[in-house]
Design a protein around this ligand. Structure first.
Ligand code: SIN
Length: 565
């Protein structure tokens, strides 16, 4: 029996190589385990099933099937589907937003396969919004020079996609689903490849507590890391588990420092913590605009697209104005849209604003940037393969290279869709033989859940939207010296330990990147380096190592943004 108590931080700077957990009390077998049940996970599962119906497929999800980030996506899904639009134009906007750090081949795959992938989603039963003449209704968001965002239920796009995908999985009973299952760690074979995964399951009959699934491949589709920060648009389940699991297993993480802060998150006061209400960029796409406390439209003159500039540009402009004026937020004015338009086009946002005492039909909405999306993650190739044999990653947990330093609005659902289809295309043909897990002497310990709030606070203040050398060093010192505390194995300690590992890698990558690029904003290095590069991070003997490597990107200056009417 594993000793599950009392292992404290062995030395400063180290992060656990394994989470302390009881020995597995149950075991089962599968060919493929998909971890996560948003658009990326369910698309991968359905695609693999369609390729080879004989494979035993298990989808595990930390909460219930629709508890992840997909459900919360408002704006929509971007694809060149409108009249006059082309994948080339979508590619150009993606590269410009990505600030020179995108991988061109990945972007090309995204934009060329995107339209068919969305059509497939429609064929699966997703009800996107249409005009009365039957044409798909497309809108615009920051950084797009065309109307190319398909949406559903006005501003409930993610929820509708999630509904359609869950219905499709329910029509395929061969795909087994385990809910309330937190993935703890990978089981590794002697060759370092995947042999299985350990899970902690709550209340699933015989499968209760920690168990082991022996399998031939694992697809990580577990979403982002929003809970590293005190305020995020991400749900509470987004604790970076997939990235931490991959890191501990020896996989390379890439560009973790490129954390996107959404410019218009409803400001609920200085003490508000956790998931915050998103005010979709689509509201600006439909004509809303930002104003300061004097009523000045401060985005005008800052960028050719003004209020619809790429997200990093708008988040920086709001932050600058907040610093200059000493205010905690700015304002979004959407009062001219009128009550009917609000009710039809943005019913979810309208209801949320009213719940918080603001009527956007007649009042300005207080907004401030908050964490929204991890553009980096587990480094993958064009088919979702990580650096570990048998481990794939897709969606927000992955860094496929499409987002570069700043994700273009509404490219996230599309990335999950396109790259999960790609995984499904290759995975059945390259499955490993079933192998046993090698004995595991990696050092296991935990951080107590009581540290979570402090950690989030430090990360928000020192590694947030505006960064500098001194703040990053303060954050790293805090993370390196954090005393583990009296950690009892369980969800709170496992998640907090994952947050420690991912925060450490993120702060270190942000420290090494001595330039300002996309969403990574250094006040002490305000310019962009001539050469774009990735920052890769990995674990070696409990120490997180990071290094800069030149990226095979295109420079957006070679693909200048055109204004297309
Ligand atoms: C939004 O609706 O503003 C968010 C969409 C996205 O993150 O792409």
């Amino acid at each position: 029996m594993t000793d599950t108590t009392g292992v404290r931080r062995p030395a400063p700077e180290l992060v656990p190589e394994r989470l302390t957990a009881p020995d597995p009390g149950w075991t089962t077998q599968a060919d493929v385990v998909v971890i996560g049940s948003g658009i990326a996970g369910l698309t991968a599962a359905l695609g693999i099933h369609a390729e080879d119906g004989g494979l035993k497929l298990l989808v595990v999800t930390k909460d219930v099937l629709n508890a992840g980030s997909t459900q919360w996506a408002q704006g929509g899904i971007a694809a060149a589907l409108g009249p006059g639009d082309t994948p080339d134009q979508h590619e150009r906007d993606t590269l410009v937003a990505g600030a020179g750090a995108c991988d061109i081949e990945a972007v090309r795959a995204l934009v060329t396969e995107g339209p068919d992938a969305v059509r497939e989603l429609i064929a699966l039963g997703t009800n996107f919004d249409h005009h009365p003449d039957g044409e798909l209704s497309l809108t615009r968001e920051g950084g797009h020079h065309r109307d190319r965002i398909a949406h559903a239920g006005g501003d409930a796009t993610g929820a509708e996609i999630q509904r359609a995908l869950i219905a499709a999985v329910e029509r395929a009973p061969e795909i087994e689903v385990i809910q309330h299952a937190l993935a703890v760690d990978l089981l590794l074979a002697a060759d370092g490849g995947v042999a299985g995964v350990t899970l902690h399951v709550l209340g699933e009959g015989q499968r209760d507590g920690v168990g082991a699934v022996h399998c031939r491949a694992v697809v990580l589709a577990s979403g982002g890391l929003g809970q590293v920060f005190s305020q995020s648009t991400n749900p509470t389940v987004s604790t970076g588990d997939g990235m931490a699991i991959a890191l501990r297993a020896g996989a390379v993480l890439r560009d973790l420092e490129f954390v996107q802060f959404h410019p218009t998150v409803m400001y609920l006061g200085p003490d508000s913590q956790g998931q915050q209400p998103l005010i979709s960029e689509a509201v600006r796409g439909e004509g809303a605009f930002l104003v300061d406390f004097e009523g000045a439209r401060f985005m005008q003159g800052q960028h050719e697209l003004a209020d619809l500039a790429p997200r990093d540009v708008v988040a920086k402009a709001i932050t600058r104005r907040m610093i200059e004026t000493g205010h905690q937020h700015m304002w979004l004015d959407a009062t001219h849209l009128g009550p009917e338009f609000w009710e039809k086009r943005f019913p979810t946002i309208l209801a949320v604003c009213r719940e918080h005492g603001v009527d956007p039909v007649t009042e300005l909405i207080p907004v401030a940037p908050a964490q929204h999306y991890a553009s980096g993650g587990v480094a993958t190739d064009l088919y979702g393969r990580s650096s570990i044999a048998g481990l794939y990653a897709t969606g927000e947990v992955a860094c496929s290279g499409v987002h570069g330093a700043n994700r273009l609005a509404s490219n996230s659902l599309l990335e999950g869709l396109v790259f999960s289809r790609r995984i499904a295309e290759v995975l059945p043909g390259e499955l490993r033989e079933r192998v046993s897990a090698a004995s595991d002497d990696r050092l296991a310990w935990l951080v107590a859940g009581s540290h979570r709030r402090d950690l989030q606070d430090v990360m928000t203040r020192q590694v947030g939207v505006l960064r500098n050398d001194a703040g990053l060093q303060r954050a790293m010192t805090y993370l390196h010296e954090l005393e583990a505390g009296d950690a009892v194995p369980g969800t709170d300690a496992w998640e907090t330990t994952n947050l420690l590992a991912i925060s450490t890698a993120l702060a270190q990558a942000a420290f090494i990147r001595t330039e300002t690029r996309g969403s990574h904003w250094r006040e002490d290095f305000p310019d962009r380096d001539e050469r774009a590069g990735h920052i890769d991070s990995w674990l070696e003997g409990g120490l997180i190592r990071s290094r800069w490597i030149p990226s095979p990107s295109t420079d957006p200056s070679e693909t200048p943004a055109e204004v297309i009417a």
